[in-house]
Design a protein around this ligand. Structure first.
Ligand code: DX5
Ligand code: ZN
Length: 214
């Protein structure tokens, strides 16, 4: 299993220490949640806060934009060193164009769907994206309870990917822990995002190992 710890639950007074832990861990990437207070009812951190992380983080950056009109910020996301730029399906009127622009900017495009958005809306975009991020909580906050219906969506997405011949990876975000992670692994997830499960633990490295071994 690939693991993408979410910095949202880290201690913001000691971000460099959190990055150091991530560098020493088995994590495959670092998940960065950028919010605008409009698309989601919360504001996290913005580009100035994370722009220097690429210099101290030796893992790829997996950026999850919970903002309206994410196409306006493709250059900024590129400038902070993102490898993956995830935009919400619900935030993009011209999703295909946005995905194309992300790829032209040299990043891997990911499309994210909210809990109330069905997998079937991805049918005509699945062959253009490198990744689909299924939200297993309503986005905006860490530490929420996993929505069980997400398991069904992972299974449906796995079928859609296999049917279409797409190489897209399935990433799941929200309420991930050992128990929900195991179910997600069985359903066909490729990458697990975990915030509070990793960072609110006495030994975050051990939590990352647990998810890696699912
Ligand atoms: C929520 C964010 C998540 C968040 C997950 O909107 O997209 O990445 O950090 O937090 P946990 O793992 O605590 O549910
Ligand atoms: Zn996220």
């Amino acid at each position: 299993m690939k693991v993408s710890p979410s910095l949202l639950s880290a201690d913001f007074c000691h971000l460099a220490d959190s990055i150091d832990m991530i560098n020493r861990s088995q994590a495959d990437m670092l998940h960065l949640d950028i919010m605008d207070g409009v698309f989601v009812p919360n504001i996290s951190f913005g580009f100035p806060v994370v722009e220097n992380l690429k210099n101290i983080c030796n893992k790829p950056l997996d950026v999850h934009l919970m903002i309206v009109e994410p196409q306006k910020f493709i250059n900024e996301v590129k400038a902070i060193g993102a490898d993956i730029m995830n935009v919400h399906y619900e935030a993009c009127i011209h999703l295909s164009r946005v995905v194309q622009q992300i790829r032209e900017a040299g990043m891997r495009p990911g499309v994210t769907i909210n809990p109330a958005t069905p997998v079937c809306v991805l049918e005509d975009i699945i062959d253009q994206v490198d990744l689909v991020l299924i939200m297993s909580v309503n986005p905006g906050f860490g530490g929420q309870k996993f929505i069980e219906n997400s398991l069904k969506k992972v299974t449906q997405l796995r079928q859609l990917i296999d049917r279409s011949g797409s190489k897209a990876l399935i990433e799941v975000d929200g309420g991930v822990n050992e128990a929900t992670g195991r179910k997600l692994a069985d359903a066909g997830a490729d990458i697990l995002v975990a915030g509070s499960y990793v960072f609110n633990a006495p030994d975050p490295l051990e939590r990352i190992d647990t998810l890696k071994n699912l």
